[in-house]
Design a protein. Structure first.
Length: 294
């Protein structure tokens, strides 16, 4: 047998011997003492290392049906992506098709669209609204279409803001231990804070205020930086903005108190802080009326 082939045949047993159990003890030998030190545990990889979920790209392939443009919803498409493909703001598309909360699309739905001439005749500024996003738009239009039965319609009232808590409110936890540096309500230059901003150190764990499902995790809204939205039972939603890192992805189930992000200063802020919102459907409420005293 050639020497090279003979060595190859010996290689597997040699590898097994080098990687397997220690050699048997010889007469008179005592077994070596096992080390009590355990190997250092490797830190868990942050969840944001996983590929971020991206909505399926929408091909604008609408067909004319009795003089009306119709788009057939396909698997994985979102309302926002469909609206952008045709240059129409998502709220306008939802209203045109009489969609009701929670605005979930089903595969095969036929969505009516404004005519191409109507869209192209609009001023540039108005057409740009199709590509602007806010928390309300993400809540209502970021869920991918599926074959699941359409849930019952929830509250159909338009977006609003209230300072008082409803009687059937969920029990919420503080997402971080920080001082309120911007409260709920109107601000200068006509702005309105739909939540509260809490001063924290960079890297502080941000925890889910209640159990639920992650509806969104990303940075599509420039002003909020890295943002997480969590859907809870009874139509409640919480939002967590300005994070330096996200530890969850869309679709993850979380429990109250689970870490979902690390606080930071992404978006339109100059110091580490957490922007936190509590919403009931499309209504923003003052979180301080729903959080426990401290």
């Amino acid at each position: 047998m050639p020497r090279a082939i003979h060595l190859l045949l010996l290689l597997p047993p040699l590898l097994l011997a080098s990687c397997g159990s220690p050699p048997p003890l010889q007469p008179g030998q005592t077994p070596p003492r096992a080390s009590s030190a355990s190997p250092a545990a490797k830190p868990a990889a942050p969840r944001n290392e996983r590929p971020a979920w991206v909505a399926r790209k929408v091909v604008p392939d609408a067909r004319e049906v009795n003089g009306v443009r119709i788009h057939t919803v396909k698997n994985g498409e979102t309302g926002i992506a469909i609206a952008r493909a045709y240059g129409v703001p998502w709220p306008e598309l939802a209203a045109l098709n009489n969609l009701e909360p929670p605005y979930l699309l089903r595969i095969g739905d036929k969505l009516r669209l404004p005519s191409r001439q109507t869209v192209e005749a609009r001023p540039i500024e108005e057409r740009a609204k199709a590509f602007s996003l806010d928390v309300d738009t993400l809540i209502t239009g970021s869920e991918p279409a599926s074959r699941a039965p359409r849930p019952k319609a929830a509250d159909t009232s338009p977006p609003s803001r209230v300072a008082s808590a409803p009687a059937d409110a969920l029990t919420f936890l503080w997402p971080v231990d920080g001082r309120v540096i911007s409260g709920f309500g109107p601000k200068s230059a006509g702005r309105f804070n739909d939540g509260i901003n809490l001063k924290v150190s960079a890297g502080t764990p941000v925890r889910a205020a209640a159990s639920g499902t992650v509806a969104y995790a990303g940075d599509a809204i420039t002003g909020f930086g890295n943002l997480v939205l969590i859907r809870h039972e009874k139509g409640w939603v919480t939002a967590y903005g300005h994070n330096e890192a996200l530890l969850v992805a869309r679709g993850d189930k979380v429990r109250a108190g689970d870490p979902i992000a690390r606080a930071g200063s992404t978006g339109a802020v100059a110091e580490p802080q957490l922007h936190f919102e509590i919403r009931r459907g499309r209504t923003a409420l003052d979180p301080t009326t729903l959080l426990p005293g401290r």
